[in-house]
Ligand binder design. Structure first.
Ligand SMILES: [Cu+2]
Length: 502
């Protein structure tokens, strides 16, 4: 309590005198203003957020074409480079894009496929990588910060998609110190691995809804991160779906749709509900659940995905909207989380053709049992004033990330119990590379709860004051990252390295 009070008081004092702000320094960060997310900040910086058009027809993400001439191989090229987007009339916004689009092209491949993707880094003056978020790829193919691709260089990422790996993955940059900015400027795309035998009826379709977060200045540019962004993670002014604000979808009454929801924002927590439609959860980050689970609302923390079947049984308007979620906000300018309409579905009176029912069983999930090792990872935030300014620390087990340091040595093929303890004042979504894990327990305020269903996850929110226990097993050797997926926190050091040995 004391520390939190100190922080807010310190911020308030800093905000009252803009000159003092220039003295606030943080390691490895350029000069920045102290503005809050919505632009209610000092003097000349103040700008109202730009208004974006709404109600356009929902765009499908463009598919990345497979250039391989034979079955079983997915071969393509992804180029990261500067591009321009038109979010508002008559103004171009400079962005970063994969193959000219943001979100990047949708990659669809099948279990059993080999994937060979040539990454061309054409971002001027910046190294980058592609991290295959959630996917079981070898460590040296996973776009770690230790394996940068220099500006102007190409490299091939190659891996196999094992049987049973069907799921809703994504790809994004992971270079040292620049991940947050490259992602909020536009670099992220969905990678869907399809099952050879899929129990979900094809009549439901299969639609990716990728949520990103946009902040746009009046001149159409994306402002740099402020100190408030670095502390809380960047939360923009607009949540976009496949690059559009509140797009529209037209369906017939009785339609059922399979929707894959992706939180590809840097730091926005999305607590979501559908009005006038019924949600059923069928999958998590790493693919289908064992059985469908009805849900009135869902919480998607940054980097999480969820697979839904949504039934649109009532003619009229069905909207996907946000609910309030308090994830712990430091300083002024807490964004309004509730009441945003992300998607509007017009459901006509005309009945849809009869939809086949969702099966009662989707697939078996074998519980990971019998951990040989227990580990404890404690997340903390520290804050200190010193003569040169305010210093913030985002730490795991008291340490900030160091690329040259191995934090954990693990054995390939062994199940481990990881206890993620959040002793900080904000929620931190925990992400582990290279594998999918199973949450077994959550504890908060002395209350222990089992998760409502068994699921494969690669990202899990750990609320402030909460402990999450999970079982994990890395099948392959190599260096793997684990970190908070508020990307600004990852950049400030809330990341560690597990060296998996054969
Ligand atoms: Cu965090």
């Amino acid at each position: 309590m004391h520390r939190r009070g100190f922080l807010v008081a310190g911020l308030a004092a800093a905000l009252s005198g803009s000159r003092a702000l220039a003295q606030m320094k943080m390691d490895g960060m350029p000069d920045m203003d102290m503005g809050d997310h919505a632009g209610h900040d000092m003097g000349a910086m103040a700008q109202a957020p730009a208004a974006l058009p709404e109600g356009e027809t929902l765009r499908q993400l463009p598919l990345l074409a497979n250039e391989a001439g034979r079955p079983g191989l997915f071969k393509a090229r992804l180029t990261a480079e500067a591009a321009k987007a038109r979010f508002v009339e008559d103004r171009d916004t400079p962005i970063l894009a994969y193959n000219g689009t943001s979100p990047g092209p949708l990659i669809e491949a099948y279990e059993g496929d080999r994937v060979e993707i040539t990454f061309a880094n054409r971002i001027a003056g910046e190294q980058s990588t592609i991290h295959w978020h959630g996917m079981p790829v070898p460590a040296d193919q996973d776009g770690n910060p230790m394996d940068p691709v220099a500006a102007g260089a190409d490299r091939v990422y190659a891996f196999e998609l094992p049987e049973g790996s069907a799921g809703s993955y994504w790809y994004h940059p992971h270079p040292h110190g620049r991940t947050a900015e490259q992602v909020y400027r536009g670099l992220a795309g969905a990678f869907v691995v399809k099952a050879k035998a899929d129990p979900v009826p094809a009549a439901y379709g299969d639609t990716v809804l990728m949520f990103t977060d946009l902040r746009l200045a009046a001149d159409g540019t994306m402002p740099d991160n402020t100190m408030i962004d670095m502390m809380n993670g960047r939360v923009g002014d607009h949540v976009l779906v496949n690059g559009q604000k509140n797009p529209k979808l037209a369906l017939a009454a009785g339609a059922k749709r399979r929707l894959r929801l992706y939180n590809a924002t840097n730091a926005r927590f999305l607590r979501l509900a559908f009005a006038n439609a019924t949600m059923t959860v069928i999958g998590s980050d790493g693919g289908l659940l064992e059985a469908p689970v009805a849900a009135d609302e869902i919480l998607l923390s940054p980097a999480e995905r969820i697979e839904l079947v949504v039934a649109f049984d009532q003619p009229g308007t069905a909207t996907l909207t946000t609910l309030d979620y308090d994830r712990g906000w430091m300083g002024p300018g807490r964004p309004a989380d509730a009441g945003l309409t992300l998607l509007t579905v017009d459901v006509s009176d005309t009945p849809a053709e009869a939809m086949p029912p969702l099966p009662e069983r989707l697939r078996p999930i074998a519980p990971l049992g019998g951990p040989t090792v227990n580990r404890r990872l404690v997340f903390t935030e520290t804050m200190a004033m010193n003569p040169t300014g305010m210093e913030m620390g985002f730490l795991i087990n008291g340490k900030a990330f160091d690329m040259g340091r191995v934090d954990i040595v693990a054995r390939a093929g062994e199940t481990e119990l990881w206890e993620i303890v959040n002793q900080a004042d904000m929620d931190h979504p925990f992400h582990l590379h290279g594998t999918q894990f199973q949450v077994v327990e959550r504890e908060r305020g002395g209350h222990v709860a089992k998760p409502p269903y068994l699921a494969w996850k690669d990202t899990v929110n750990v609320a402030r004051g909460e402990t999450v226990r999970l079982l994990t097993r890395q099948e392959r050797p190599g260096a793997r990252m684990y970190h908070c997926h508020i990307l600004e926190h990852e950049q400030l050091g809330m990341m560690g390295l597990v060296d998996v040995r054969a």
